[in-house]
Write a protein that binds this ligand. Sequence first.
Ligand code: S3P
Length: 432
Amino acid sequence: MKFSKARRVAGIVVLPGDKSISHRAAMLAAMADGTSRIENFATSKDCTSTLYCLSALGVRIETSGATVTVIGPGDNGWRPPERPLDCGNSGTTMRLLAGLLAGQPFSSTLVGDASLSGRPMKRIIGPLTEMGASVESDDGHAPLRISGRRPLLPIEFTLPVASAQLKSSILLAGLLADGDTSVIEPIPTRDHTERMLSEFGVDVRIDKAGGGRRITVSGGSQLEARDFRIPSDVSSASFFMVAAACLEGSRIEMPGVGLNPTRTGIIEVLRRFGVDVQISDEGGSGGEPVGTLTVRGLGRPNAGVPRIDGKIVANVIDEIPILAVLGTQAVSGIEIRDASELRVKESDRISAVVENLRRMGADVEEFEDGLRVGPSDLRGAVVDSFGDHRIAMAFSVAALFAKGETEIVDAGCAAVSYPGFYRTLRSTIIER
Ligand code: S3P
């Protein structure tokens, strides 16, 4: 995939459904008793992996365009899968499904691609084992062979790492436990699971504990099937937001975007850099706030303190590659710290970003927990996606700021979260 320097970007961009929310909607609908119709379901490959696994567990699923109908068989209705469940590249599929499989009265095996098989699973194996499931792994990595137990034992668990996937895995297992299961999160992470559980009629209690939040669910809660619409994905929006922010005279409008406060750190950061981000037509959809985002490029992004660290990191965890790209165009660059989780994403995103930025001639310094990017005149180069969708998309945007042509090698992985991304990005480019 090749992109060259753009003068500005403009247009109305309709983004696909949110990946995180789609996974949860499908899984909870599959646990409910009755038919749920989910509109604007993510077209991402990752969410297709979730649908595939649920089908292999005997759940009836019908797909028509972006509408997915799940005929939930109730929490006793899942059947032992005949084959290993292939989660593809999707950490959310593997970690969340592991929680639900821990509470099934049968054995199942979760497998993934090379990237997913290298990602840490001990973080879920520990608490799910404590709840009474048996989880065999390859030294803390997939394949995971889960022998479930019903009911599971309820636990109270404090997250040792700010991870919504870990939190969700335990809360979902908690639905199948004999009593109340609580997760304490010292640092807030995306709360789509809590919201989606409430949408499906589960009583989710939240109180303060451990300097953060304690989330409690009761085992044996019955989920009620329901219909709703998934908001568009704010993480997919971030690529267009940064393109518009850095190219003066740009204007990109994106309707129906999810504006959950645990995901909108990107808006806060862009505003801190002086970018004009407007929100209009606010409403709600499926228990999630939505609105139209309009971003205008007013000039070079410029922040008084161009440092991203501490609690906001979990909120922008998927946006850090594109924020690093923004740093090249910002008056004082950008520094990102407290982000060592990035090293265990679909790729080691710190080293992938550093490597590609260097190839494009940027001034960049790597730290164990982040990176610093100085304001840089980028030049076109051959860069690598490292098989990681967000790296591929972030560097397509970097290409718009660079002199000459940039080639993104192995760019097809963008489909993991956003099939059609390149076509849409190209349609917004105004070259002269
Ligand atoms: C996700 C949580 C985050 C995020 C991932 C999606 C989710 O991962 O990076 O893209 O849907 O819960 P971690 O829980 O590993 O931080």
